[in-house]
Design a protein. Structure first.
Length: 280
């Protein structure tokens, strides 16, 4: 069953990577990638379906095998996504780009596996939910504001990190809902950070540095969920030197991706394309 879980998780990562690459290809180069416009693009919708499929396969894999096997397979989506995105844009990924992605993946795997397991009940009172949404919203807004003063690669990273923070808050709230300790308005609050995260992610993709934005998303999402789990749900944090080393790897890999990931845009029939000077 463990081998089957690993295979299913790996296939799920492939679907997730394909979906992200398709959505980035449709959003790349658009000045303001609005969701309504993107929803009219079949390839973007196909990317969304692929992401949902990948997430479903990941859940199935978690039901069949241990977290220590399934989670590293999920991180592999970063290594799948770069070649897929490069192919869509008519190029081949460079060795330096793939090496940087490998460093990010290695560091992220380390961080994921070093988080201690928590078997206690998940409970969050209404004040905790408001804190969760308020902190996530404030952090996302600051990252979004900072993106205006950043370079193209930095803008992609900040916007994707903003999205990851909101997705991490969504995942935390979802866990509370799944465990049954919730009020009816928790369910109404859930779509708010999820939709804002999707908007921020499409803006990150529109910048054109897919490797940077996807890596930043892959890092920010789980780390935010871990942080909220510790602060609001009483879950343990990893300790020792190894988490610091893993974090340093993810940071170094992301910086390397920012230096090696090319600017990838495509002509947009509806909105004006961004030029290199627009990203400066």
């Amino acid at each position: 069953m463990t081998v089957l879980a690993a295979v299913i998780a790996l296939v799920g990562s492939l679907f997730f990577a394909l979906g992200a690459a398709l959505q980035q290809f449709e959003a790349a180069g658009t000045a303001r990638p609005g969701l309504l416009a993107l929803l009219r693009r079949p390839r973007w919708l196909l990317g969304g379906a692929s992401i949902v499929t990948g997430g479903g396969l990941h859940i199935v894999a978690l039901g069949l095998g241990p977290l220590t096997i399934v989670q590293p397979m999920g991180v592999a989506s970063l290594l799948f996504a770069l070649p897929i995105a490069a192919t869509l844009h008519g190029r081949r990924p460079s060795r330096a780009e793939l090496a940087a992605a490998g460093v990010v993946a290695a560091g992220l795997i380390g961080l994921v596996l070093l988080v201690p397991e928590h078997d206690g009940a998940t409970h969050l009172d209404p004040a905790g939910v408001l804190t969760l949404l308020g902190v996530a919203g404030a952090a996302a807004a600051l990252l979004w504001a900072g993106s205006f003063a950043a370079s193209a690669a930095g803008r992609a990273a900040l916007l994707a990190t903003s999205s990851g923070v909101l997705y991490g808050a969504t995942a935390t709230l979802m866990r509370v809902l799944v465990d049954g300790a919730w009020n009816w308005w928790y369910l109404l609050a859930l779509p708010v950070p999820a939709l804002l995260a999707l908007v921020m992610l499409q803006r990150a993709y529109a910048v054109g540095h897919f490797g940077v934005s996807f890596a930043a998303l892959q890092i920010a999402d789980p780390l935010t969920a871990v942080a909220f789990g510790a602060l609001l749900l009483g879950e343990p944090l990893p300790t020792g030197v190894l988490p610091v080393v893993a974090a340093a790897l993810t940071a170094a890999g992301t910086v390397a991706l920012a230096r090696t990931s090319p600017l990838e845009t495509r002509p947009d029939p509806i909105r004006p394309s961004l030029t290199t000077s627009d990203h400066a």
